[in-house]
Ligand binder design. Structure first.
Ligand code: MN
Length: 274
C-alpha cells in the first residue's frame, strides 16, 4: 500500500512496499521456532500494489476497502505492507465486514486514537484505532496496544481506550511482566475471536527500527515483538499489516528486513492452522 499522505511528520513510507519486497528475498520458508514449512503449507502470492491516485486520500481509502474486501470475501488472508498507519482503518473496515468484530493486536509507540483536533482532519496516521473503536470493527475489550510510550498531548489521550477496556502496555510493562505473561493476557482477552495484527514499526525501539517517520526512544525489542507474535500460535489470524517503514530514513535496510520478517512471523501463524 504505497501511501504516506496521512503522515504528520517525516514522509517516505510510500516506498516501503518496493524495499520490503527487495529485502524479503532473504526470507526462507522453514520457521525454525514453530517447525513449520510456511510456504509449503500456504498458497502465498504477492498481489502487487493497490493502485490509487497518490494525491487523493479518499480514493485511496475506497481502493483499499474495495480490494481488501474482495480478497477477504474470496477466502484470502490479506498481509499488507504500508504505507503510513492511516491505511489500517480501511483494511480493518474490510476485514471486519467479512469476519465480524475483531480482536486487534496493535504494536505501536502511539495509541493512534487521535481525531481531528490538531489537523482538522481525522484520517491521518494517528487515527486508525479511533476509527476502528468508534465503528465497532473491534470487539468489546479485544484491543491490545503494546509499546505505547513517550509524550502524550494530554492526560485525556487514554480516555477512549479506557472506555473500551483495552489492554495498553508500555515497553516497561512488557519488560517487567515478561513476554510470557503478556501472551497469556492476550490469549485470554482475544479467546476465539478472529485476530487482526497491525504493527507500526515505531513500536520497536529506534535502535531496532530506525527507518520510520516518528521514532520514539525506549521501545520494544525485536525479540519481545517476535515472542509476542509466536505466542499467538493457534489463533485465527484473518489479516495483518506492517506500516510506517520509511526506507529513506533506514540504515542498512534494517527496518525493511524487520518488516519482511514480521510478515513471515504472521504467515507462520497462518501456516500452523492450515
Ligand atoms: Mn501508528
Amino acid at each position: 500500500m504505497p501511501h504516506d499522505g496521512g503522515t504528520t511528520y517525516q514522509p517516505g513510507a510510500r516506498f516501503a512496499p518496493y524495499h520490503v519486497r527487495r529485502t524479503s528475498a532473504l526470507v526462507q520458508s522453514y520457521h525454525a521456532a514453530h517447525r513449520v514449512d510456511v510456504f509449503a503449507k500456504l498458497h502465498a502470492v504477492d498481489g502487487g500494489n493497490v493502485a490509487f491516485p497518490p494525491f487523493d486520500r479518499g480514493m485511496m481509502r475506497e481502493a483499499i476497502r474495495g480490494q481488501i474486501g474482495t480478497l477477504a470475501a474470496a477466502g484470502c488472508v490479506p498481509f499488507v505492507i504500508g504505507g503510513d498507519h492511516s491505511i489500517s482503518a480501511p483494511i480493518l473496515a474490510a476485514v471486519a465486514n467479512q469476519h465480524g468484530p475483531l480482536a486487534v493486536l496493535h504494536i505501536d509507540a502511539h495509541l493512534d486514537t487521535s481525531g481531528s483536533e490538531t489537523w482538522g482532519d481525522d484520517h491521518h496516521h494517528g487515527t486508525p484505532i479511533r476509527h476502528a473503536l468508534e465503528h465497532g470493527w473491534i470487539a468489546p475489550a479485544a484491543l491490545a496496544s503494546i509499546g505505547i510510550r513517550g509524550a502524550f498531548g494530554g492526560a485525556a489521550d487514554t480516555d477512549l481506550v479506557r472506555q473500551h477496556d483495552a489492554l495498553v502496555a508500555s515497553p516497561d510493562m512488557v519488560g517487567t511482566r515478561g513476554v510470557g505473561r503478556i501472551v497469556t493476557e492476550l490469549r485470554e482477552r482475544f479467546a476465539e475471536l478472529p485476530l487482526y495484527v497491525t504493527i507500526d514499526v515505531d513500536g520497536l525501539d529506534p535502535a531496532y527500527a530506525p527507518g520510520t517517520g516518528t521514532p520514539v526512544p525506549g521501545g520494544l525489542t525485536t525479540r519481545e515483538v517476535l515472542g509476542i507474535l509466536r505466542g499467538l500460535a493457534g489463533m485465527n489470524l484473518v489479516g495483518m499489516d506492517v506500516v510506517e517503514i520509511s526506507p529513506a530514513l533506514d540504515h542498512a535496510d534494517l527496518t525493511c528486513h524487520l518488516g519482511a520478517h514480521l510478515l513471515f512471523e504472521g504467515l507462520a501463524l497462518l501456516a500452523l492452522r492450515t
